[in-house]
Structures are given as C-alpha cells and as structure tokens.
Design a protein around this ligand. Structure first.
Ligand SMILES: C[C@H](O)[C@H](O)[C@H]1CNC2=NC(N)=NC(=O)C2=N1
Length: 98
C-alpha cells in the first residue's frame, strides 16, 4: 500500500517533473500532462506501452485521447492524493514518449 508523498519527496521528486511539462492540480492533489504525438497510431502505441507498466505496478492513469493527443492525470486513489507511484509512472511515461 502506498503512502501520501511527503513534503521532502515533493521538493526532490516532483520539481523535476513540473519542469518537464507536468502541472499540479492542487484541487485533487494530482499531476497532469498533455502528450502530443505525430498521429493516432503513435499516441495509441504510447498508451499501450504505458498500460503494460501501469498494470505491472497496479497503478492506473486517468487519461483522455483524441487523435494524436493524450491528456494524463496521475494520482493515487488509495491515499487520496500523490504517492511515489505517481512519480514513478510519470517518469516512465516521459521516457516512453521520448
Ligand atoms: C484494488 C486495486 O488494487 C486498487 O484500486 C489500485 C488499482 N489502481 C490504482 N491506480 C491509481 N492511480 N490509484 C490507485 O489508488 C489504484 N489502486
């Protein structure tokens, strides 16, 4: 079971993500990012790869896709806010998106 991200962890692990296109939704303690790809197949390929990691880690994104755009929201429902799992999945998604 994950834990709510500590203030220290927020400074060290969240800051680089916020500098890399993620933004904080403070109303629900979530991080969000919009990824854009060349076309639908690239966007869906990204979603498919991310889905396999999400399933492996039992940590599932909220996301919305139209054509080449994927809007992602990450938060941990079990703790009612951000946990280390959100940071881990956000980093993985950045890596997969290239
Ligand atoms: C029962 C199941 O393990 C939980 O609901 C898992 C599944 N995937 C999840 N995904 C996310 N993003 N947050 C969770 O708290 C979460 N919990």
């Amino acid at each position: 079971m994950s834990e709510h991200l500590s203030d220290t962890a927020r400074k060290t692990t969240l800051t680089p993500l916020l500098e890399n296109g993620w933004s904080l939704d403070e109303t629900r303690d979530a991080i969000c990012k919009e990824f854009r790809f060349g076309d639908f197949i690239e966007a869906f390929g990204f979603m498919t790869r991310a889905a396999i990691w999400a399933e492996k880690w039992n940590h599932h994104p909220e996301w919305f896709n139209v054509y080449n755009k994927v809007q992602v929201t990450l938060t941990t429902h079990d703790v009612g806010g951000l946990s280390a799992l959100d940071v881990k999945l956000a980093r993985k998604m950045d890596g997969l998106a290239g």
